[in-house]
Design a protein around this ligand. Structure first.
Ligand SMILES: [Zn+2]
Length: 217
């Protein structure tokens, strides 16, 4: 089922992976990208990048199908991303999420390390930036609140924290993990990509401002 859609979706993930790699957002095999492929009401199924794949030379056979309990299956020696459980948590908590993009950018990684370790999640807040409209916040004076989750060694614990948070309150379609890049989603690839680019832009601005403040400038 959905054979053409799956083929097309895999190609889209391959193309955006190459582009993000060129932008320096997925170096050293980092990051992971997925599409939901189940219909509403069906159990969760997704296409997701394989673990350890070089994102600059990713090929369609490095996009794997994964579901609720397919973790132990190996596909011709490949395994789904080590962070598949985080994608699963987002898809379960956000029914209209159709695509998830997770990348390791310099600005989001550096900025996340400026937040407190006293709470999980910690929060970054972005106000005044015109770009927060891109996260769906149109009210004058709106503030984009971005959670920063603890980067537990066991990914399942990160996934648990993400799911608890997303199910408990209103949230923007993106978050950071401390020292570990950013994740954004949308109903399709272009909306997920927009949210990712907007949050990366905000992180880059805030990181510039933070460094200027450190210099006293
Ligand atoms: Zn990661």
């Amino acid at each position: 089922m959905h054979v053409n859609f799956q083929d097309d979706a895999a190609k889209l993930l391959v193309n955006i992976s190459h582009e993000f790699y060129r932008r320096g957002w997925m170096v050293g095999t980092s990051g992971n990208l997925s599409f939901r492929i189940n219909d509403p009401g069906e159990s969760l199924r997704m296409l997701i990048t394989a673990s350890g794949a070089d994102k600059g030379s990713l090929t369609p056979d490095e996009i794997l199908i994964c579901g609720e309990d397919y973790d132990s299956i190996s596909w011709q020696g490949k395994r789904p991303s080590a962070e598949t459980s985080i994608h699963r948590s987002i898809y379960r908590s956000v029914p209209n999420a159709g695509c998830i993009l997770h990348v390791h950018t310099v600005a989001s990684t550096c900025l996340s390390l400026t937040t407190t370790t006293e709470s999980n999640p910690a929060f970054l807040q972005f106000a005044e930036y015109e770009m927060i409209k891109g996260l769906g916040l149109w009210d004058p004076g709106a503030i984009a609140t971005v959670p920063v989750f603890t980067n537990w060694p066991a990914v399942a614990n990160i996934a648990r924290d993400v799911e608890l948070y997303l199910e408990a309150q209103q949230h923007i379609p993106a978050f950071l993990i401390r020292g570990h890049g950013l994740t954004a989603w949308g109903h399709d690839l272009s909306s997920a990509r927009k949210h990712l680019e907007v949050l990366e832009f905000l992180c880059a601005c805030a990181w510039e401002n933070y460094r200027a403040g450190q210099r006293g400038g």
